[in-house]
Design a protein around this ligand. Structure first.
Ligand code: NAP
Ligand code: GDD
Length: 327
């Protein structure tokens, strides 16, 4: 029988790649979308507009348990990928309340709905390397203690605890993917990699001259989103539910990302990048580096797209799309 997948956050970066991936695997793909997004299709659904005819969209909200129950009862999904979240760490310092409410309650509502109305459904929770925060061990693996540094990180630790507890207490098939940063041409514009690639494109095309950034010394383990959605799927195909770190095992600073991105466009970052202290975070996560050996061993997963290719992909795609827009 055809498998049925339900994706929360299908309009986001990961949701759009995952939907494409599952369509190729012949799944019937459903997605939850906020009603406001449905009213503004051309803007809010830009990442999935090319596959809209191949998926089923339902209006629902993470804030409403009843709306989630209705969909789960109706479609009885084989797998749920819970990706929706207030995902921007910096914003979580400005609005801790909505970050905690959406990210913690949304996860709790879904788990509870699965337990009561569709207990055979396999559940994926989008955990994050932000859970490691002020890192207690280098590199970080599934056993590294958490030390979150933002409301966002705290919400993901709680979501992870809820997911594990539903697995242990109610015997549900629930997994957390502890994913390190992953980017793509579909990345949101507020995240540093897209801010850089889009900034480079605008400078290259003479639209702007400067790019203001915050902490250039922060280090991240950056992979490509296209690779990472495959790891999510692989987790739900195993016999036993478990949690996995997904990363590249390689680390670069924001400065290195910027240097390479400007170089791709034939520019020198030193002439264009300026530091704005207002863009520093109240509590920074200075360094993240993942050890994905458990995913490699058990899921037979490994990253395929290199850092260089990722940066090139993002910069070239932004240059092309600005040219296409006729700026
Ligand atoms: P993203 O592009 O920011 O997408 C977030 C999605 O969540 C969007 O579809 C958004 O819908 C939806 N959403 C936000 N608040 C919602 C609410 N209150 N109700 C319903 N939907 C809501 O994020 P992403 O990069 O794809 O990441 C996917 C998930 O993985 C997130 O949970 C993120 O925290 C986590 N994660 C990401 C990374 C990474 O590096 N990308 C790493 C680790 C973990 P709208 O379109 O309506 O805003
Ligand atoms: N956004 C942003 N903008 N970040 C900047 C800037 C800037 O102008 N300048 C420097 N940075 C630094 C941030 O201080 C941080 O150390 C790093 O760049 C990465 O910031 P983001 O791209 O905003 O991502 P993030 O690491 O905070 O969070 C992302 O990755 C997490 C996984 O570790 C998000 O995708 C989260 O949802 C995800 O969980």
């Amino acid at each position: 029988m055809r498998k049925v997948a339900l994706i929360t956050g299908i309009t986001g970066q990961d949701g759009s790649y995952l939907a494409e991936f599952l369509i190729k695997k012949k799944y019937q793909v459903h997605g939850i979308v906020r009603r406001v997004a449905l009213e503004d299709r051309s803007h809010r659904l830009w990442r999935i507009k090319h596959i809209l005819k191949k998926i089923h969209i339902h209006a629902a909200s993470l804030e409403s348990y009843a709306s989630l129950v209705k969909i789960i009862q109706k479609i009885k999904p084989t797998e749920i990928y819970h990706l929706a979240a207030q995902s921007y760490v910096d914003y979580s310092f400005r609005d801790e309340f909505s970050t905690l409410n959406t990210n913690i309650n949304g996860t709790h509502y879904l788990l509870s709905a699965v337990k009561d109305f569709s207990p055979k459904t396999k559940f994926y929770f989008a955990g994050s390397s932000e859970m490691f925060g002020k890192v207690q061990q280098v590199p970080q693996n599934e056993k590294t203690p958490f030390y979150p540094r933002s409301a966002y990180g705290i919400s993901k630790v709680t979501g992870h605890d809820l997911t594990r507890n539903y697995r242990e207490a109610y015997n549900l098939f629930c997994c957390t993917g502890i994913l390190f940063n992953h980017e793509s041409p579909r990345r949101g514009f507020e995240f540093v990699t897209r801010k850089i690639s889009h900034g480079v494109a605008k400078i290259k095309l003479g639209i702007e001259k400067k790019l203001m950034l915050g902490n250039l010394d922060a280090k991240r383990d950056w992979g490509h989103a296209r690779d990472y959605v495959e790891a999510m799927w692989k987790m739900l195909q195993k016999k036993r539910p478990d949690d996995f770190v997904v990363s590249t095992g390689k680390q670069h600073s924001v400065r290195e990302f910027a240097k390479l991105a400007f170089a791709v466009a034939g520019l020198d970052y030193k002439k264009h990048v300026f530091v704005d202290k207002n863009l520093f975070r109240p509590a920074e996560v200075n360094t993240l580096l993942g050890n994905y050996s458990k995913a490699r061993r058990i899921l037979k997963w490994k990253p395929r797209i290199s850092f260089k290719h990722l940066v090139k992909d993002m910069v070239e795609s932004d240059i092309k799309s600005i040219i296409k827009s006729g700026y």
